[in-house]
Design a protein. Structure first.
Ligand SMILES: Nc1ncnc2c1ncn2[C@@H]1O[C@H](COP(=O)(O)OP(=O)(O)O)[C@@H](O)[C@H]1O
Ligand SMILES: [Mg+2]
Length: 254
């Protein structure tokens, strides 16, 4: 169980995330919605440790993560999609995924040097990397360098690396942003696949309400950094607070 308690961050006088208390159970997909600037990405950054909270706590399975570095939180089981800046742009897609699988397995087992295990590990690493590339539909690109990939394939690779980490918690922040109509369903299918594993907790920031309605078990709404609604998708989408928040976005855009 991932839990935030009174999680808060201030930027100068602005409270971007305001005392958010929420728990996310394994086997559930929670969509986080709210207008631009509501604090959704900042909430993720506080959970993953990219930003330091002004006050409040983050815990996973009862273990306090507050104060830990982002990489220590990753080891604890929090999976945040890699930014492309974390990749090796001149290595191939396959090499990047293999490295991610390797880092995860080494972290998990901390096994000693043993030639037989190194050999069998290499096979196991390659097999696992291959499975993941098939899963995210990047097999055809495995020998291309990351730098040469089109945008949509880079996003798929980000998901591949997230899967390679084998986290307990998957955090997706607008995973289909900037993708075309043909590419977006591939990512959403992946999220749908991940959802079948009832030991995983999934958090998804997504603007498209049809996507949210279909995928989410639960929706929470952030508005001006505050948690203003939490419940079943149909109920939350129909609530005045969501209707207003999205009407607000429409007004701003007009
Ligand atoms: N590093 C930062 N420094 C100052 N203000 C920030 C920083 N990061 C986010 N903010 C502010 O916090 C608020 C929430 O932003 P964000 O979490 O990106 O919103 P969302 O992801 O919901 O669109 C915005 O007002 C934004 O300008
Ligand atoms: Mg955002």
């Amino acid at each position: 169980m991932l839990e935030t308690k009174d999680l808060t961050i201030r930027f100068g006088g602005h409270v971007a995330v305001n005392a958010v208390s929420c728990a996310f159970a394994p086997g559930t997909l929670t969509a986080i919605v709210g207008p631009n600037g509501a604090g959704k990405t900042t909430y993720f950054n506080l959970i993953s440790g990219q930003l330091k909270a002004t006050s409040g706590t983050v815990s996973l399975d009862g273990r306090l993560l507050s104060g830990l570095s982002p990489s220590a939180r990753t080891h604890a089981g929090l999976g945040r999609a890699f930014q492309l800046t974390n990749l090796f742009p001149n290595l191939t897609v396959l090499e990047n995924v293999r490295l991610a699988v390797q880092a995860t397995r080494e972290g998990a087992h901390r096994r000693g040097l043993n030639l037989w295990s190194i050999w069998s590990d290499h096979k196991a690493l390659s097999t696992r990397a291959d499975e993941i590339l098939t899963q995210v539909k990047l097999k055809a690109r495995e020998h291309d360098t990351v730098a040469s990939l089109p945008h949509g394939d880079q996003r798929k690779l980000e998901v591949a690396l997230l899967i390679a980490l084998e986290p307990k918690v998957f955090m997706f922040d607008e995973p289909t942003a900037g993708m075309n109509a043909a590419e977006a369903p591939v990512i959403l299918d992946l999220v749908r696949e991940l959802k079948k594993d009832k030991t995983k907790t999934i958090l998804l920031v997504e603007h498209k309400m049809d996507v949210v309605r279909e995928l989410a078990d639960r929706i929470i709404v952030l508005h001006n950094g505050t948690l203003v609604a939490d419940g079943e998708p149909a109920e939350v989408i129909a609530s005045p607070v969501v209707q207003e928040a999205y009407l607000g976005v429409a007004k701003e855009a007009a």
